[in-house]
Unconditional design. Structure first.
Length: 228
C-alpha cells in the first residue's frame, strides 16, 4: 500500500502515489474466465463512463486528459505491467486487469475516505489515434496545496508527452481547483525527472519545507507556486 505522503518517481517520470492505491489479491476461481468476463463488462460500460467525464476533458494539440474510471483498466494494464517503469517506484506492477480495475473503482470517488483530500486522476490519451499512453495523479489537501505525479508507458518516453500532459493538469489544478502550490518528489538518481520538473517551472526546496509529511533521504522535493 502506498502511503499518503511518500512516493518516488518512475524512471524518467514523476511519481507520487495517490493514497488509496493498493495492490489487491488475485481473485479466486477460474482467473482466465473471470478476466474475460470482466473485460467484456468494462468495454460495455466504457462509453457511458467516458461520456460522464466529458465535461472534465482537457485537450492540447496532441493529447486529451480524461478523468480516470474503472473502464480504463483494460487499456492501461498492458502499459503498466512493464517492470522497467518501476525502477524508482516503490510499488509492484498490477497483477491483473481485475486488480487494476478494483483499484480504479476505489479512486472513482475522487475523495479520501475521510473527505479531507481530493484525489484527481487523469488518463492521458493521444488525439490522433485515441491511444492511452499513461496517467496523471494529484492529491489536493485542505490547505489547497497538492502532490502531483505522472506515469507514462515506456514506448511514449522522450516524445514530450509527459510535459504536454503535465501542463494541462497543472493548469487545471491552479485555475479550476484553487491550488496554490504543487509538490513533486523524485529519486535523486532520476536525472530525467528532475530535468523535466525544472522545465515545468518547479524549483527544488528543502525537505523541511514540504508540508505533507516525511521526505525520504533518497528523494528530492520540488515545488511549483501559482502565479498571482
Amino acid at each position: 500500500m502506498l502511503s499518503y505522503t511518500t512516493g518516488k518517481l518512475g524512471k524518467g517520470w514523476v511519481y507520487h502515489g495517490v493514497p488509496n492505491e493498493e495492490e489487491y489479491a488475485r481473485p479466486a476461481g477460474n482467473r482466465r474466465a473471470h478476466r474475460a468476463t470482466l473485460r467484456e463488462k468494462l468495454k460495455a460500460s466504457s462509453t457511458m463512463q467516458k461520456c460522464e467525464s466529458t465535461e472534465t476533458f482537457h485537450t492540447s494539440s496532441r493529447l486529451k486528459l480524461e478523468l480516470l474510471t474503472v473502464a480504463h483498466a483494460v487499456e492501461l494494464f498492458p502499459l503498466l505491467t512493464d517492470s522497467r517503469i518501476y525502477e524508482y517506484i516503490a510499488v509492484q506492477p498490477p497483477v491483473s486487469v481485475e486488480a487494476l480495475a478494483e483499484r480504479y473503482r476505489n479512486l472513482e470517488s475522487r475523495l479520501s475516505p475521510d473527505g479531507s483530500q481530493r484525489w484527481l486522476n487523469w488518463v492521458i490519451r493521444r488525439t490522433s489515434n485515441h491511444q492511452c499512453v499513461g496517467y496523471l495523479q494529484a492529491t489536493i489537501y485542505p490547505d489547497n496545496t497538492a502532490n502531483f505525479a505522472f506515469v507514462l508507458g515506456l514506448a511514449f518516453w522522450g516524445l514530450g508527452l509527459a510535459r504536454e500532459a503535465s501542463l494541462l493538469a497543472l493548469h487545471s489544478l491552479f485555475a479550476e481547483h484553487g491550488v496554490t502550490q504543487v509538490f513533486a518528489t523524485t529519486d535523486r538518481k532520476n536525472v530525467r525527472s528532475s530535468t523535466l520538473l525544472n522545465r515545468l517551472g518547479f524549483v527544488k526546496i528543502q525537505p523541511a519545507s514540504y508540508p505533507h509529511g516525511r521526505v525520504l533521504p533518497s528523494d528530492y522535493i520540488f515545488q511549483l507556486k501559482r502565479n498571482v
